[in-house]
Design a protein around this ligand. Structure first.
Ligand code: AMP
Ligand code: ZN
Length: 484
């Protein structure tokens, strides 16, 4: 089956031919870890997870390398750390913010049924490669040092603007380019900048005495090099243009300019290559009432809020429903995020789960029409049509176990696991559990531990797990959930 992908750079859908079929290489820009991820951020994570699964299916599980970075050096992180931990030294506060956000991000995307990428490099672990790349760019005349900054000289690269299809004039007019006295041209962008006292800093490249930190764009050029290109000396990839291109680079459409345009400029100029990646893929915006969901507009809902476990141990929305809803629109189109869409997804998955429930030995086969739909530039709306066709075939051939087994293995392949769709517990059961929890708390308060332990055991026998903790003011609180 031929896989076709749409390339933003050439604006065409082409047959995908990996540079090395034994190691298909994909890089996707990951999160900046300063806050909860919102549903818009979940879109690239889910879309490229589907692509990762498809590539593994087509080329083999061990033949795909997927890299998604973690940006853990950024002004937004510094601001959040200073705000949330005013009493701590900034660097310590930053580590707290990035570690907690990274943990939350993983919990969120695991619940959405996404595989972990092969590598998740953190920017702060690849400063050596960034410095090496910056020095090479300066040595080749593509970058210059000015007032302790290193800047990329856009005029040194005739092909600059090709991805975004903008002329220099358009970039100047439309972009939020920062005009600064140390820049030769307003469109020149920062590769390295000095750090303010107390901010994270590293020894600077190019003989700059003041310690500094990298610009945002150089991170991805350096991390994709470190994880996807053949290593050479001094933290750099080898200087052979033929070896310094990888297969697929992805991210949201908002990253086309300036982020990906600048990544291309850095990587192609450092290595003398024509192309940084052979295919550039971008997901469209997830919108709310026609507007992009974003932190700055305040119209966002976090993944965590949608998945949150409610008091009685059941999720508000299952990760699989969110994932299925996300795939109901083609990844390049805008998608409007609504509760109706989630409810539709839940209903579909709940129907599917009923007909595959009895399958004991799933087949290893994945339905070929589902794979064909995905091979057509990830045509997930068609994938959904094919899943519904399979569903109705299984429904009308209840005795054909092979069909049901194939449907189940196809759902497993897509990570649309429906085990989570369990029946809700009734109001009456909730009331009875709450009464027992209240009695136990009263017994604990009266130091009648024999009684409180007895009630805990009784609840445990009903499958209810108690969690004792403290609220914000330090008062003891007990929450409970149904053990699965
Ligand atoms: P950020 O943390 O803002 O850099 O975003 C992380 C990823 O989420 C990037 O690939 C963005 O393009 C993507 N993204 C952010 N907001 C949206 C949105 N509303 N719809 C689709 N993708 C988004
Ligand atoms: Zn990037």
């Amino acid at each position: 089956m031929e896989l076709k992908l749409y390339d933003t750079l050439t604006k065409e859908k082409r047959a995908f031919r990996p540079l090395d079929a034994a190691n298909v290489r994909m890089y996707v820009c990951g999160p900046t870890v300063y806050d909860f991820a919102h549903v818009g951020n979940a879109r690239p994570v889910i879309v490229f997870d589907v692509l990762f699964r498809l590539l593994r299916h087509v080329f083999g599980d061990d033949c795909v390398t997927y890299v998604r970075n973690i940006t853990d050096v950024d002004d937004k992180i510094n601001d959040r750390a200073a705000r949330d931990f005013p009493g701590l030294p900034l660097n310590e506060a930053i580590r707290k913010v990035t570690a907690a956000t990274e943990r939350q991000f993983h919990a969120d995307v695991d619940a959405l049924g996404c595989l972990r990428p092969s590598y998740e490099p953190r920017a702060t672990e690849h400063i050596t490669e960034m410095r090496a790349m910056i020095e090479r760019l300066v040595a080749k005349g593509h970058a210059y040092v000015a007032e302790d900054h290193v800047l990329f000289a856009v005029s040194s690269m005739p092909a600059y603007g090709r991805l975004a299809r903008r002329s220099l004039d358009e970039m100047l007019a439309g972009a939020r380019v920062e005009v600064a006295p140390y820049k030769r041209e307003p469109t020149d962008f920062v590769l390295w900048k000095p750090s303010k006292p107390g901010e994270p800093s590293w020894p600077s490249p190019c003989g700059i005495a003041a310690p500094g930190r990298p610009g945002w764009h150089i991170e991805c050029s350096a991390m994709s090099m470190a994880k996807l290109l053949a290593p050479f000396g001094g933290g750099l990839a080898c200087d052979d243009p033929a070896k310094n291109t990888f297969d697929i680079h992805g991210g949201g459409i908002d990253l086309v300019f300036p982020h990906h345009e600048n990544e291309i400029a850095q990587s192609c100029c450092a290595f003398g290559t024509e192309r940084m990646a052979n295919v550039w893929m971008h997901n469209g915006f997830l919108q709310v009432e026609g507007e992009k969901m974003s932190k700055s507009l305040g119209n966002f809902v976090t993944i965590n809020e949608l998945l949150r476990t409610e008091k009685f141990g059941q999720r508000k929305w299952e990760g699989a429903s969110l994932r299925y809803a996300m795939l109901s629109t083609h990844y390049r189109q805008p998608i409007d995020w609504t509760i109706e869409r989630l409810a539709w997804a839940r209903k579909q998955l709940s129907d599917f789960s009923k007909v595959v429930k009895q399958v004991e030995t799933p087949s290893v086969d994945v339905d070929s029409r589902v794979v064909s739909a995905l091979c057509d530039d990830l045509n997930t709306p068609d994938m959904i049509v094919q899943l519904n066709r399979l569903y109705s075939e299984v429904l009308h051939n209840r005795t054909d176990q092979r069909k049901a087994a194939k449907f189940k293995s196809t759902l497993d392949f897509l990570s649309l696991s429906v085990d989570e769709l369990q029946p809700k517990i009734s109001e009456r059961e909730i009331n009875s559990i709450e009464t027992k929890v209240a009695h136990r708390n009263a017994a604990r308060k009266a130091k009648d531990f024999a009684e409180s332990d007895r009630i805990r055991d009784e609840l445990a026998a009903m499958g209810v797990v108690l969690k004792d903790g403290k609220d914000a003011s330090g008062n003891p609180v007990t929450t409970w959930e149904i053990a699965r």
